[in-house]
Design a protein around this ligand. Structure first.
Ligand SMILES: Nc1nc2c(ncn2[C@@H]2O[C@H](COP(=O)(O)OP(=O)(O)O)[C@@H](O)[C@H]2O)c(=O)[nH]1
Ligand SMILES: [Mg+2]
Length: 211
């Protein structure tokens, strides 16, 4: 069957209940924000496995089909083995916490230990602190400082963003960073395999040639 994309990436979003996962994907996929007290859960709106799709043209160069999984669950340490295995099959993971909720940051650190047990390099991870708009309106509502998030991210070698799905801050940029990291990983493998090969015929072939 003819593929109309270069790559298919599975990206999962994780974090405690209420950390803003569904709103983050709503902003990314539909460029919308549902101003409800409690946003509708993913499974309420979409039957099936909790999967949404978006196809993008990355840097006007690469057509990428994204499979976006919002497990709509509590932190990973509370999910069952089946979900955990699903998450491990991701190319990228968005690890979220609510900057106005201290315990969600603690949960997020714990989640990180689970998804990245021994510095796993099977997927790329970015750290996202959500609901920046709330802290910008009233700094007293902020319970996790930018520096705390940044320090944790730096210690783990993760890119870090504070985002607002409501005000459309940082969501698209953080997704582009994650997708770029996944692509870089593929490019590095591609270059390695080319340099190890005696056959140089493929050296000029774009990694984004639709096959
Ligand atoms: N002000 C504000 N509220 C948000 C933002 N993101 C999510 N929320 C609210 O936080 C609550 C939980 O969000 P939701 O996406 O359902 O969290 P989830 O359980 O992680 O999927 C809902 O009431 C959302 O409306 C944001 O960027 N700004
Ligand atoms: Mg949700």
């Amino acid at each position: 069957m003819q593929k109309d994309y270069n790559y298919l990436f599975k990206i999962s979003i994780v974090g405690g209940r209420g950390s803003g996962k569904t709103c983050y994907f709503n902003r990314y996929i539909e460029d919308s924000f549902e101003p409800l007290d409690s946003s509708p859960s993913f499974e309420d709106n979409h039957t099936g496995s909790g999967l949404r799709r978006k196809t993008i043209n990355f840097n006007d160069n690469c057509i990428i089909r994204l499979l976006l999984f919002d497990y709509n669950n509590n932190s990973i340490f509370r999910i069952d083995d089946e979900f955990y295995e699903e998450i491990q099959r991701s190319n990228g993971i968005i690890l979220t916490y609510d900057i106005c909720n201290r315990s969600s940051f603690n949960d997020c650190i714990r989640d990180y230990q689970i998804i990245n047990p021994n510095g796993s390099d099977r997927y790329r991870i970015i750290l996202v602190g959500t609901k920046l708009d709330i802290a910008e309106i009233d700094e007293k509502k902020r319970k996790v400082t930018y520096d705390e998030g940044k320090l944790f991210a730096d210690q783990q070698g993760l890119e870090f963003y504070e985002t607002s799905s409501k005000q459309n801050i940082g969501v698209h940029q953080s997704m582009l960073t994650l997708i770029g990291q996944i692509l870089d990983g593929i490019e590095n493998k591609y270059n390695d395999s080319n340099s190890n090969s005696n056959n140089n015929n493929n050296n000029n072939k774009s990694k984004c040639t639709i096959q």
